[in-house]
Design a binder for this molecule. Structure first.
Ligand SMILES: [Zn+2]
Length: 133
């Protein structure tokens, strides 16, 4: 996704929320494209790292394998599903978050709340205060 790109979504939707919804849609599309036709390409056993044709296993390769597994299609789909549930919980109710309370004031935080915007930033949204190119 190109920063500053016009994204789909509801008219008048907050740019961070639009960015998040688009990031989720793209992640799902890529994960499905990567897993459906060639599931067997993904490792089910320890990932092999080769050095000069010889398999090597070191703490560094084990760390790299753990990192790779975090980004496998099923892991990506699981994260998107969980984040969509968080987004649904933190729904827009008349311009306020459905669940986030304003500290001390007893009211609800404005929407999108910091939780929703934090999810968007995790996917690369630069934030509302970021300079535009
Ligand atoms: Zn919230």
């Amino acid at each position: 996704m190109v920063q500053g790109e016009v994204l789909g979504g509801d008219v008048g939707e907050h740019p961070g929320v639009g960015f998040l919804r688009q990031a989720h849609a793209e992640a799902v599309e890529r994960a499905r494209a990567a897993s459906e036709p060639a599931l067997l390409l993904w490792p089910t056993h320890p990932v092999e790292f080769l050095l000069a044709g010889q398999e090597v296993t070191t703490p560094e390769t084990r760390a790299a394998e753990a990192h790779i597994r975090l980004h496998m299609p099923e892991a990506a789909l699981r994260r998107v599903e969980a984040e969509r549930a968080i987004l649904a919980d933190h729904a827009d109710v008349d311009g306020r978050c459905a669940v986030c309370a304003e500290p001390g004031a007893g009211g609800r935080l404005g929407w999108p709340c910091p939780t929703v915007l934090g999810l968007a930033r995790a996917w690369g949204w630069p934030g509302a205060d970021a300079p535009t190119a």
